[in-house]
Design a protein around this ligand. Structure first.
Ligand code: HEM
Length: 510
């Protein structure tokens, strides 16, 4: 008997039996159209197509709601505005969960954050803290860190005026500085490079393809190298953030009662909800019933880092790239800036409301290059969309990239035409126009939208108002590579290099 139980043949037989039962159970379900798969493996041969571009290509063949069977996991991709509305609005509650693989679960302290927490009370509490406290307009420090870091970037550009600048690296450094400073204030500033390395490793691990996710039995073959990398990555983060949290606890203990909170960073804000290891509170004045653990705080800080860094940087770099590729649009924007502000002073954020064409160009950038091109959701229950069955736990991807370039909705969909957003019925990005969803829609839509947009608009407006831009000698606008690199976000595959020259009549203030 013992021998039979240990026999691999028994396990293989049980796996086949399980697949057989699943096939029989699934026979009466009509999934959305999709390519035929192989037994057991399903469509795993198409795993390289699970990007916004790959899925857009498949949608052309199979339609706006596409089904792929990846081993044990059902994947459904929505590529039209009607399907997006059905998932994000009509059946929002059913699709408000996020999928998480082993790497994501482990690195987010078992989904102790907001971005990967399942829809429910914990997520709701954390979302409230983020929206009301961290990303709110009322939290002046977050917005001040955007302004101050952009001023520093403008100074760097002034110093490099007339020479080639790696715009991509510059704006990635800018947004890293903004989020780092908003999160940690002046703490551990010297260790920023170390933290960036931790973030890069996290990003690689989040995106790594793990076959055991789709074929659980592959775990038998072990994946010790990958597990070790996960452990090391989390240990590095613990080492880094635990020290920062401890320093914040000490700071709070030594603070006077009448502390005005003016220099508080995001960790300070989160510490107000911290219920320490022994249940002690950090801030007695907080009457709220919300409680955060150390793991919640660490995972939320990572959300801010991931949510706020690459998204904004990629949007700024794409805006500058499209303008370098379309010099007539660049001239139009600069003319508007000159007409509204003049060339005798620098741009100020209050000018934004008088720059309609500029703002349309930012929208057009987000339409063509949504920083998060695929929205990742998961079905919390069996459901039916457009007459097709979507089983519980299916991964549901909304292809914002494909929707933004849908030729049946947008004229000349692949062209950069900011003027299209000047029309009176043009869609907005607030989540109710499903043909344009750069910030998502519904319960899981972006809570950092205002802050992200503010950073994007401020950075690009300063760059265009204070400087003229040209491509380095020997490079023409037609040479610009417009391919992107797919990961958690979709930044440009190669960094943009361009030459700024100061164009204002007021003296350069270095
Ligand atoms: C141009 C800038 C940005 C864009 C285009 C953007 C876009 C998005 C999108 C598309 C989603 C997913 C929506 C969905 O699944 O339906 C999202 C979620 C999120 N974003 Fe942003 N984002 C930006 C900036 C920011 C900033 C600055 C922060 C924070 C500082 C942030 C934090 C988050 C978080 C935490 C989530 C997860 C929300 C949840 O699951 O409940 N984002 N963002």
């Amino acid at each position: 008997m013992d021998c039979l139980l240990c026999s691999p043949i028994l396990y293989i037989f049980l796996i086949f039996l399980w697949y057989l039962v699943r096939i029989l159970l699934n026979r009466n379900l009509s999934f959305p159209p999709g390519p035929r798969g192989y037994p057991i493996f399903g469509n795993l041969n198409l795993r390289n197509e699970l990007s916004h571009r790959g899925l857009a290509k498949l949608a052309k063949q199979y339609g706006g709601l596409l089904h792929l069977q990846m081993g044990r996991i059902h994947i459904v991709a929505a590529s039209t505005s009607e399907m997006a509305r059905e998932i994000l609005q009509v059946q929002d509650v059913v699709f408000a969960n996020r999928p998480a693989n082993v790497a994501i679960s482990y690195l987010t302290y078992n989904r102790a954050d907001m971005a990967f927490a399942n829809y429910g009370p914990l997520w709701r509490q954390m979302r409230k803290i983020c929206v009301m406290k961290l990303f709110s307009r009322k939290r002046a420090e977050s917005w001040a860190s955007v302004r101050e870091e952009i001023d520093l970037m403008v100074q760097t550009l002034i110093e490099q005026s007339g020479s080639s600048v790696n715009v991509g690296e510059l704006v990635f450094a800018l947004t890293r500085n903004i989020t780092y400073r908003a999160a940690f204030g002046s703490f551990a500033r010297d260790n920023q490079d170390k933290f960036v390395k931790i973030l890069q490793e996290f990003s690689k691990l989040f995106g790594a393809f793990d076959i055991t996710e789709f074929l659980r039995w592959m775990k038998w073959f072990g994946n010790r190298g990958f597990n070790k990398r996960l452990e090391n990555a989390r240990e590095s983060l613990d080492g880094f953030i635990d020290r920062i949290i401890d320093a914040h606890i000490d700071k709070k203990k030594s603070q006077k009662q009448d502390h005005d909170g003016l220099d508080d960073d995001m960790v300070d804000e989160l510490m107000a909800f911290y219920s320490g290891e022994n249940g002690e509170r950090c801030n007695d004045s907080q009457s709220s019933s919300l409680r955060l653990t150390r793991d919640n705080i660490k995972a939320l800080v990572m959300d801010v880092m991931f949510g706020g860094t690459e998204t904004v940087a990629s949007a700024i770099e794409w805006a500058m790239t499209e303008l370098m590729k379309n010099p007539h649009e660049l001239r139009k924007l600069q003319q508007e800036l000159a007409d509204v502000i003049g060339l005798n002073r620098q741009f100020h954020e209050s000018d934004l409301e008088n720059l309609p064409y500029f703002r349309c160009a930012m929208k057009e950038t987000l339409r063509l290059h949504p920083p998060i091109p695929l929205l990742l959701h998961e079905a919390a229950a069996d459901s039916v969309v457009s007459g097709y069955s979507i089983p519980r736990d299916s991964r549901v991807m909304i292809n914002v990239y494909a929707i933004g370039r849908d030729g049946s909705v947008w004229s000349e969909p692949d062209e950069f035409r900011p003027g299209r957003f000047m029309l009176c019925k043009a869609p907005d990005f607030k989540g109710s126009d499903f043909e344009f969803l750069p910030f998502g829609s519904g319960r899981r839509s972006c809570p950092g939208m205002q802050l992200g947009l503010y950073a994007m608009e401020l950075a690009v407006a300063h760059m265009l108002h204070s400087f003229d831009w040209k491509l380095p000698d020997g490079v023409s606008s037609g040479d610009l590579d417009m391919t992107d690199m797919f990961g958690l976000t979709a930044p440009r595959a190669t960094r943009l290099i361009a030459v700024p020259s100061y164009r204002l009549k007021c003296p350069m203030a270095i």
